[in-house]
Design a protein around this ligand. Structure first.
Ligand code: PSU
Ligand code: MN
Length: 309
């Protein structure tokens, strides 16, 4: 890679890496395309604060004016939260964004690439992309990249806007371990249960770190996907949220929404249809994931870096 394409770090992320402190990467499509303004900005700041409170350093990932960035300042976060025409940057989109000096949020797949390049081992998000409902032809690049980047990804599962059984099957096919945090079931984002089994269960962050190091030390270079159920006090009953999801899916089909626009459309409609109830759950589980990711990053650091990649 030429110097021009090197990742630019914020001062505190660079200092944390030099001091071998725990760092947690954060994706930013959730800011640019997943949540409304100003809740998205507040959320981005809250997630960073949660990570600092747990003794780690947050590294929000984005492309700003064609530069790959890990760690954003307050002005840049504000831009990502409020600017129009920001790109949604997944694996295929980096080259064009750099060449055209564009700005945008990185998806789970995009952030995995940046975290791996930067040697950041833990990453927090809300929900991953997956296999969409319907013809089965819309499959998120997140799943492919999860099979390629050795990073621990803490999520609340995936939203039931997706075909969850097909998503779990795909992860199995691609060899991605799915670890339930204090649960045997893959969470369904708004709801704690999905009826789908995880491939392993961990009770503590230290156990997640141990599983990751053991898997990677065998030379298996996939992500470790951690399913962290939403906090019980904000979790929504599956039947309630599924009514809104079905409505949103019907509208997407009627309006011919396709490609990258599908996920943002469904997220926005489900939030509107549930009268903000789902937004509350969304914000709470993102902070909950930031907290677990930070504790896991600290555990990774504390147990030493004897991973042989
Ligand atoms: N699911 C959510 N919230 C999100 C996303 C997914 O509940 O914000 C975002 C993530 O950044 C994810 C991306 O990586 O959407 C997946 O988009 P696609 O399905 O187009 O790959
Ligand atoms: Mn897609």
């Amino acid at each position: 890679m030429s110097n021009k394409l090197a990742i630019q770090y914020s001062t505190d992320v660079r200092a944390a890496q030099a001091a071998k402190q725990a760092v947690v990467a954060l994706e930013s499509t959730v800011i640019s395309h997943g949540l409304p303004y100003p809740q998205n900005l507040e959320l981005a700041q809250d997630m960073e604060a949660v990570i600092r409170d747990a003794g780690a350093v947050p590294a929000t990932s984005a492309v700003i004016d064609g530069k790959l960035r890990l760690g954003l300042n307050a002005d840049e976060l504000e831009r990502l939260a409020s600017e129009k025409d920001l790109r949604k940057i997944s694996v295929r989109d980096f080259g064009a964004a750099v060449a055209q000096r564009a700005s945008g949020g990185t998806t789970v797949a995009g952030t995995l690439i940046m975290a791996e390049r930067a040697g950041v081992q833990v990453f927090a998000t809300g929900g991953i992309g997956g296999v969409h409902q319907g013809s089965g032809k819309d499959i998120s690049t997140d799943l492919l990249q999860l099979s390629r980047s050795p990073v621990i990804v803490v999520c609340a599962g995936a939203k039931a806007i997706l075909d969850l059984p097909a998503t779990i099957e795909y992860l199995e096919t691609m060899g991605v371990p799915v670890v339930g945090f204090q649960t045997d079931e893959f969470p369904a984002f708004y709801s704690r249960e999905s009826g789908l089994s995880v491939s392993a269960r961990a009770e503590k962050p230290e156990e997640i770190a141990h599983i990751a190091k053991s898997q990677w030390s065998l030379g298996i270079h996939s992500a470790i996907l951690v399913g962290n159920p939403p906090p019980a006090e904000v979790a929504l009953p599956a039947e309630e949220i599924n009514t809104h999801i079905e409505m949103a899916l019907k509208e997407a089909e009627e309006q011919g929404i396709h490609g990258q626009a599908v996920t943002p459309f469904l997220l926005a409609r489900v939030s509107e249809l549930s009268d903000g109830e789902s937004l509350k759950t969304n914000l709470a589980l993102l902070k909950n994931n930031a907290s677990l990711a930070a504790k896991t990053a600290v555990a990774m650091q504390a147990s030493g870096n004897q991973v042989h990649l």
